[in-house]
Design a protein around this ligand. Structure first.
Ligand SMILES: [Zn+2]
Length: 369
């Protein structure tokens, strides 16, 4: 008897709060409930406003009793799993983060206050943390570990801190990307894989006609599709963290390679694989990316040399071309590295410029001999 590969699908909806759209959330809960599927809600304990330069806002609106009651019912019947989504989801100094770069004691106090409120109002302890905007740093991890959280669910790129017992379950795709992510997981043929679907109320056209990408009826159709896939199982975030291997090793092995063009990735950025197959795919992808960029560099170098041979520009024109291309390549490289790393787009623009510059400088060298 052969064992089919098991693909775990995790649904994570962020931004359940006092001020979120209750009618839509009730319809989402019902969509999961009537299919006996489970979803994790990222719940914002307090709604903040006012001074975004205050790292620990003291003015807030706690999750209102009506929203608490909805959650308690959905938790009690097993439909909803609650994760703590920050403290009050307020950007710090206008940046899309509530935690990253703040001191450890401030981060710890914010998380502690949010956790204390959720556990007292919901009468159950939430052991998973979802940082707003998926933004956190090592201090966030230290704070979570010291407060007894079992894991963090953010994005596929993020800090890791050694010596802690935290688990990592990153979001990997959107609702509209779920079928593609499942197809990629099937292609990987790993013994197990996880697809974590991140969505927000604002993804629904029922809530945001301009920004939304699907309707509640389309969610119904998607969940029906999930129910009839024999190799899928649906788990909430906390259960997945308890039963799966979601160590920092697995998290790091699944980090996307920025330099890999999406058409070479074959959808693997939308899936979380066990460490061994993920490392194998990373190695193969790195070699493929290296070959593609080497081929691009050589092709552009040969094209520039051919143009040089055909048009045979004089010394002045060649000097201008050589200087311009090298300066442009350097400017592109600096711009591409502005975030501390370079993406495939940056390299795809910079490499042809450098290869053309090399061809022009070679001709200059020949002209001056
Ligand atoms: Zn959020």
């Amino acid at each position: 008897m052969t064992t089919e590969p098991r693909i775990t699908v995790v649904f994570r909806m962020d931004d359940y709060a006092s001020v979120s759209w209750t009618e839509l959330e009730l319809r989402i809960i019902e969509a999961f409930r009537k299919r006996a599927l489970r979803c994790t809600f990222g719940v914002i304990p307090y709604t903040g406003w006012g001074d975004t330069g205050n790292p620990l806002p003291s003015v807030y609106l706690p999750l209102v009793p009506e929203k608490v009651a909805i959650l308690k019912r959905a938790v009690a019947d097993g439909t909803i799993d609650v994760a703590q989504h920050g403290y009050c989801h307020q950007p710090f100094r206008g940046k899309p983060t509530e935690f990253a770069a703040l001191p450890l004691d401030v981060q710890r106090e914010k998380i502690r206050r949010g956790a204390a409120f959720l556990s007292s109002s919901l009468e159950t302890k939430s052991s998973v943390f979802i940082p707003p905007w998926n933004s956190y740093d090592r201090n966030t991890l230290r704070a979570l570990d010291s407060l007894g959280f079992i894991g963090i669910s953010a994005g596929k790129c993020g800090a890791v801190e050694g010596g802690l017992s935290l688990r990592f379950l990153p979001a990997t795709c959107s609702l509209t990307g779920l079928k593609g992510a499942v197809a990629a997981a099937r292609r990987a043929s790993a013994p197990s894989s996880i697809v974590t679907v991140l969505f927000h109320p604002s993804d629904f056209r029922d809530h945001s006609p301009a920004r939304g990408v699907l309707t509640i009826e389309e969610l119904d159709v998607l969940l029906d599709w999930v129910c009839v896939q024999p190799d899928l199982e649906v788990l909430p975030v906390s259960e997945c963290m308890v039963h799966g291997d979601l160590s920092p090793v697995v998290f790091k092995a699944n980090r996307p390679i920025d330099l890999l063009p999406p058409f070479l990735d074959r959808g693997m950025r939308y899936v979380l694989l066990p460490a061994s197959p993920a490392i194998g795919i990373r190695r193969r992808s790195s070699v493929t990316a290296g070959l593609v960029y080497a081929a691009l560099f050589l092709a552009c170098l040969l094209a520039a040399m051919a143009a040089d041979w055909i048009f045979r520009p004089g010394f002045g024109l060649t000097l201008i071309a050589a200087s311009t291309t090298v300066l442009a390549a350097a400017a592109c490289l600096i711009y591409a590295f502005r975030d501390g790393s370079i993406s495939y787009r940056g390299l795809a623009v910079t490499l042809p410029l450098f290869s053309a510059g090399l061809a022009f400088w070679s001709r200059l060298f020949l002209l001056t001999r």
